[in-house]
Design a protein around this ligand. Structure first.
Ligand code: ADP
Ligand code: MG
Length: 649
């Protein structure tokens, strides 16, 4: 007897299930796709225990004929493909005929379905791949599939499931994505008694974005409209491809890819080519480590894209990959340039010397640009002559041994770059390069701006005034100090907030009228998870039904009109930190967010008492050198260099 045998069906199914059904969210994805393929306009999902205990989806689609209800559980049984050639023009989300048998083999599944053509429906119950019940029954048109106890018979899989919250977050994000791809349909998602998403049909994507994310996000988004292009096609002469959706303005910077939603022919995909095209569109507008929010729909003839690349159908292959790449990148780029906000540096119609840009604009944008950013491409580049004319400075940042932000203010000619010391020894300081155009010539070429490793000197600084309503100038024993008033205050508040939390003495202010926040499904999940932390931070909140939260108190330091933004930021930090599950980082992130919003801004005149207060408080902080985001607080122009500059030494 040979050693090879055909695997028994149930084993083969489990193997296939491993490919298709990785986690509760993959079940949700397959079932959602089936419902959408069935032409449903009303989809309702009920989840329990992050999908482990229960996933139920009810739709009003075409339903299954009685003869098909059992057949659907056979492997490779599908109504969507007939002949091999169909594989090259797939217009449905599903086509492999594997999902239902795979899911049924690792769960207890019930199918209830009735097709429009028949007035009697079917109920099928499958337990770990075995059909244990078939019944005919009067049912409403459409299909309801209930999946219980996922992986009950595959303990190895069960062990690898992440926490309930994580699984739920994946499910919520998935349903949210599909609801964005189908604004004309209603979607409802419930977890136990909580409603995570409930959207009714609307006419435009904009309205759906509003339903899902609220108006705050919309303000930060650019509508791509429809960027269409005709391309030559073998069959029809020309074929039309179109890019549409929303992308964020450069000031929105996300720490991960979670806010990038890519769809090809309304299919949610993860695609390196499109992701690359998107990030290339943002090249130089946001730092390489940051990601935008993007909701991109690429619609093209089905013959242009192969979807049969991966079992989970999340990858595609384009016939004309590099063309699609460049088309998407350029579309993004142009949209970003077109929508440049008025508050950023104006690009003049006629060329102007780059260095003619007023200094105040530079400081303005320092404020808008939270961390490291390279704006070179966003603004008019320098000519080679202007480039060559730039004097170079060496600047020692005040983050001892830490990472140094990189700023490149393109047309202004100002750039700060941590280029020289890639891995500074722990207690030294990194060296950064500061380029300042001639007209800013406030510092002679070659001067050293630095900061001592300790800031003891801070305690006897003598304030001399304010520069550009933004920087405090002070004389010290060791030289001239320039202190960024916003960053300094941020540092003070950051430490104060953390200190108050640790001692449980948070000063709060009660709001006369509670602030009502509408959260997205993803935010809601985070909110439930960190509600206690929020309370500890001074945000007393209460669920207000329908994914809304009533905020009854905020930390005393926070202005009530900033509260919404801070809370949104905190929920975003929570989402990033969730993967690392670090309470410490979450707290620091929350404190940084509060401090940044509550700190005095630049371009604000300060009187002598305020300046005194800032310097005294700053001197009392533990780490006065840098803000919680790593920006330097102060620069020092050493006496030695001043003496040198005047040729006295
Ligand atoms: P595929 O979607 O790749 O065809 P599935 O295993 O997901 O394979 O589904 C098998 C078949 O069951 C589908 O081709 C479709 O005919 C039918 N089906 C599944 N879900 C639904 C639904 N919600 N409504 C109507 N028909 C469905
Ligand atoms: Mg399917």
């Amino acid at each position: 007897m040979g050693r090879i045998q055909v695997l028994p069906d149930d084993l083969a199914n489990k193997i296939a299930a491993g490919e298709v059904v990785e986690r509760p969210a993959s079940v949700v994805k397959e079932l959602l796709e089936n419902s959408l393929d069935a032409g449903s306009t009303d989809l309702r999902l009920d989840i329990d225990s992050g999908g482990r205990r229960l996933i139920r989806i009810a739709d009003n689609g075409c339903g299954m004929l009685r003869d098909d209800a059992l057949l659907a559980f056979e492997r490779h049984a599908t109504s969507k493909l007939r002949v091999a050639a169909d594989l090259f023009s797939i217009a449905t989300l599903g086509f492999r005929g594997e999902a239902l048998p795979s899911i049924a083999s690792v769960s207890r599944l019930t199918l209830e379905t009735r097709s429009a053509e028949e007035n009697i429906g079917s109920i099928v119950e499958v337990n770990g791949g075995k059909i244990i019940r078939y019944e005919e029954h009067a049912l409403a048109r459409g299909t309801t599939i209930t999946v219980r106890d996922l992986f009950f018979n595959v303990p190895a899989r069960r062990k690898f499931l992440r926490s309930e919250q994580t699984e739920l977050a994946h499910i919520a994000s998935l349903v949210t994505h599909y609801s964005l791809a189908h604004p004309d349909k209603s979607f409802e998602l419930r977890h136990g008694a909580a409603e995570l998403l409930n959207v009714t049909p609307v006419d435009t994507l904009r309205e759906r974005v509003y339903q899902v994310f609220g108006s705050k996000l919309l303000e930060d988004l650019i509508d791509l409209g429809e960027i269409a292009r005709d391309i030559p096609s073998e069959e029809e002469g020309t074929a039309r491809i179109a890019l549409s959706g929303f992308i964020s303005r450069p000031q929105v910077q996300k720490g991960n890819r979670n806010s990038i939603y890519l769809f090809v022919n309304r299919r949610l995909i993860r695609d390196k080519l499109l992701l690359h095209a998107l990030t290339s569109g943002y090249h130089n507008l946001i730092p390489p480590s940051a990601f935008p929010f993007a909701l991109l729909f690429l619609d093209c003839p089905v013959s242009e894209v192969d979807v049969n690349v991966h079992p989970s159908k999340t990858e595609v292959r384009f016939q004309r990959g590099s063309f699609i790449h460049d088309y998407v990148r350029d579309g993004i780029r142009e949209a970003l340039i077109r929508s440049r906000p008025a508050s950023s540096v104006p690009i003049r119609e006629t060329p102007q010397p780059a260095a003619g840009l007023p200094y105040s604009e530079f400081t303005q944008r320092m404020e808008n640009v939270p961390q490291s950013v390279d704006l070179t491409g966003y603004m008019r580049p320098l000519t080679p002559e202007q480039e060559a004319a730039l004097p170079e400075f060496h600047l020692r940042p005040i983050t001892p041994g830490g990472t140094t932000p990189r700023f490149d203010f393109g047309a202004t000619g100002i750039a700060i770059d941590n280029s020289t010391e890639p891995t500074p020894p722990p207690d030294s300081v990194a060296t950064v390069r500061l380029r300042v155009p001639d007209t800013h010539g406030s510092f002679p070429a070659g001067a050293i701006l630095d900061a001592p490793a300790t800031m003891e000197a801070l305690s006897d600084l003598r304030p001399m005034g304010q520069l550009h309503d933004s920087f405090i100038i002070a004389a010290g024993r060791d030289g001239l100090w320039i202190i960024d008033q916003h960053v300094a205050h941020e540092r003070i508040l950051f430490e104060k907030v953390l200190r108050e939390w640790n001692t449980g003495k948070v000063a709060v202010q009660h709001l006369l009228v509670p602030l009502i926040l509408e959260l997205s499904a993803g935010q809601w999940i985070e909110y439930e998870r960190i509600q206690e932390e929020l309370l500890a931070a001074g945000f007393e909140t209460e669920p207000f039904g329908n994914r809304s939260v009533a905020v009854k108190s905020v930390p005393a330091a926070v202005a009530s009109d900033e509260a919404e933004r801070i809370l949104t930021e905190i929920l975003e930090i929570a989402e990033t930190e969730m993967r690392k599950a670090s309470l410490h980082d979450l707290r620091r992130g929350m404190a940084a967010s509060i401090a940044c919003r509550a700190a005095i801004k630049i371009n604000m005149r300060l009187d002598a008492t305020k300046i005194d207060y800032l310097l005294t408080e700053l001197a009392a902080t533990e780490y006065p050198m840098s803000c919680p985001h790593g920006r330097p607080v102060a620069l020092r122009y050493a006496i030695r260099d001043i003496l040198k500059g005047f040729h006295r030494i």
